[in-house]
Design a protein around this ligand. Structure first.
Ligand code: BYC
Length: 334
């Protein structure tokens, strides 16, 4: 529907990436697996830098999923109908599930989940910039589903082919769920944009505010992305930040036309020669400010997250006590 093809460029089945030669600091078997486009599994030997890069990216990704529950969670009690409320609750719950798969994937690399959460809570690990923007109206829930989940899918479909097996496998299910999320956002905006003049204006306002931050989700431009080259050589990232951003613009422009909404960039136009849409310059100083903690909602998001964690301490304690009792019982029986 409306060009909703989430396969990323070069995603044709069977296409193998270019072989990469072994280097002195990579164990031969690891280099061979990577060169062969195979999967690295938890017990395989891997360079420390590869492990560290994966823990960094997977942890940030997990943190984004659980912090990402907040902007939309803000509208669960105010959704305009019972149907909308049920759908939104299911979506927000899916994001918690994505966080769980991802923390579990990080644990296969030897990371400790409590330590990762501690790093999030103390600001030592990042989460996606996009969740530091407020959700001011119901239409923002539509814009997040359409644009934010749409951007997430474009970024994450290639991660289904990530060289690290547990991360790649987690992404398959996540992407299926994100597809549903993107459709529900599109449908909310479609309903609003075909409703009253006020509803249409609300939808347009949400798109105006979320468009540029959605483009920033893909990260800094390629020539200012310190991690990309190594992550691509290791088969963690399959495409560069700019390539994925372009792919997102190409997918989204026809969808905006179908919605009857305008993207807030007068420079968007089809470039016949490139076979892509041109678009205006992104203000990356805004991205770097938000990443540094100076976005509109950074403090609020982290404070809410820390409070939820503290309030849930009794659940974790009860679960640990129950698990200890069960294992003592089964040891006793044995
Ligand atoms: N926000 O060298 P670069 C979702 C950081 S959740 C914050 O290009 P890399 C959803 C970057 O970490 C979607 N920080 O880095 C959930 C790095 O800092 P460090 C989340 C950013 O890793 C709920 C530095 O800038 N998706 O969809 O090669 C509801 C330099 O960047 C951002 C993922 O996490 C940013 N936007 O590439 C609805 C996908 N961009 O770590 C929806 C997995 C960059 O060196 N992650 N930084 O201190 C990735 O694909 C990659 O990590 C990125 C960045 C493309 C994000």
């Amino acid at each position: 529907m409306y060009g909703n093809d989430f396969s990323a460029p070069g995603e044709a089945p069977g296409e193998a990436p270019r072989p990469r030669p072994a280097t002195a600091d990579e164990p031969v078997s690891f280099a061979a697996v990577i060169a062969d486009d195979g999967r690295v599994e938890p017990r395989d030997e891997m360079p420390e830098g590869y492990r560290r890069t994966l823990v960094r990216q997977i942890a940030q990704h997990a943190h984004s999923e659980i912090i990402g529950m907040q902007p939309e969670g803000n509208w669960i009690s105010r959704a305009p109908s019972l149907r909308r409320k049920a759908i939104l609750m299911a979506k927000v719950q899916d994001e918690a599930g994505h966080g769980l798969y991802l923390y579990a994937a990080a644990e296969t690399l030897g990371a400790d989940r409590a330590d990762l959460l501690d790093q999030l809570h103390s600001g030592r690990q990042k989460y996606s910039s996009i969740f530091n923007y407020p959700t001011l109206t119901w239409a923002d829930v539509g814009a997040i589903g359409w644009l934010v989940d749409g951007a997430a899918i474009v970024n994450q479909v290639p991660l289904c082919r990530c060289s690290y097996g547990p991360y790649a496998r987690a992404m398959v299910r996540v992407c299926k769920e994100e597809s549903f999320h993107q459709r529900q956002g599109f449908e909310i905006l479609h309903t609003l944009s075909h409703g009253t003049a006020e509803q249409k204006a609300m939808a347009q306002d949400a798109v105006d505010r979320y468009w540029w931050p959605s483009l920033m989700m893909f990260g800094p431009p390629d020539d200012d992305s310190p991690n990309s080259a190594q992550s691509m050589a290791w088969g963690i990232k399959r495409f560069s930040n700019d390539d994925l951003r372009q792919r997102f613009v190409d997918m989204t422009v026809p969808q905006a036309e179908a919605l009857g909404l305008t993207l807030p960039d007068p420079e968007i136009r089809w470039n016949e020669e490139r076979g892509h849409y041109d678009f205006g310059d992104i203000d990356f100083t805004e991205l770097f400010e938000v990443i540094k903690g100076n976005g509109p909602c950074n403090a609020q998001r982290l404070a809410h997250r820390v409070k939820a964690h503290d309030d849930g301490a009794w659940v974790r304690e009860a679960a640990s006590a129950y698990a200890a009792k069960q294992s003592a019982r089964s040891e006793g029986a044995a």
